[in-house]
Design a protein around this ligand. Sequence first.
Ligand SMILES: NC(=O)c1ccc[n+]([C@@H]2O[C@H](COP(=O)([O-])OP(=O)(O)OC[C@H]3O[C@@H](n4cnc5c(N)ncnc54)[C@H](OP(=O)(O)O)[C@@H]3O)[C@@H](O)[C@H]2O)c1
Length: 248
Amino acid sequence: MKVLILGGTSEASALASALAERSIPTLFSYAGRVTVPRPQPVPTRVGGFGGVAGLSAFITEQRITHLVDATHPFAERMSHNAVVASQRSGIHCIALTRPPWEPMAGDRWTRVADVAAAVNALAGPPQRVLLAIGRMHLNAFSAQPQHHYLLRLVDHPETPPPLPHHSVTLDRGPFSLDGDLALFREHGVECLVCKNAGGTGAVAKLTAARQLGLAVVMIERPASPPRQEAHGVDTVLDWLGHDAERGV
Ligand SMILES: NC(=O)c1ccc[n+]([C@@H]2O[C@H](COP(=O)([O-])OP(=O)(O)OC[C@H]3O[C@@H](n4cnc5c(N)ncnc54)[C@H](OP(=O)(O)O)[C@@H]3O)[C@@H](O)[C@H]2O)c1
């Protein structure tokens, strides 16, 4: 048995720790989006594989028997490639996922389908907006240049985004409620734009927005491919355990 974890989430890190504790041979993969990725207790590689063909070749070369897609729910291409490459290679594949967040009493969410719709939802008078969406789609918000954008990022942007009024706060999850309340107050945040990631590591901002009565523009998830899913590390361990009993 040799497991390949496609990472980039706190759930992926938790799974790597669980497999390391059990001495299950494991390789961990990062896309390489941040300068200093979180260290893992298992051998780690960084960078794209080169599409489905590259991932299939990697699976063969490394004699991978089990693929766990523990990427972020918005990592649409990687998840698609994982399903197709594992089918082509004839190996077992499961996605470690987390249910989406649902609004609670007191929430002021506008639910939108994608980043373009989030930009449209910001039409109106200037506000102080926290963009907690990572760095990939910041440029789209130049269509609503009237706002002041606070960008929460892991690394400083290499080139400043084309947003006339913006500031940057550097941090990485998991985030705390006290920390997010302090951030919102310090910057006078009036509106939060975020992705419906689910999980616990980034949920504090939603609790903070609720407590402060702030508007939230919630970008809903892209559709995931048909696949086997587990909602927790224990379920992945069970899945691996059943195969081990069968001698895979
Ligand atoms: N999207 C988000 O909002 C978000 C938020 C937090 C963390 N992340 C993490 O950041 C990474 C990139 O996300 P994305 O949205 O850019 O993904 P994506 O659009 O689905 O993937 C684009 C390409 O990046 C490479 N890639 C993605 N994840 C990889 C991994 N774990 N290991 C090796 N290569 C990987 C693959 O390149 P090849 O085709 O060359 O193999 C993939 O085709 C993921 O690991 C994800 O878990 C994403």
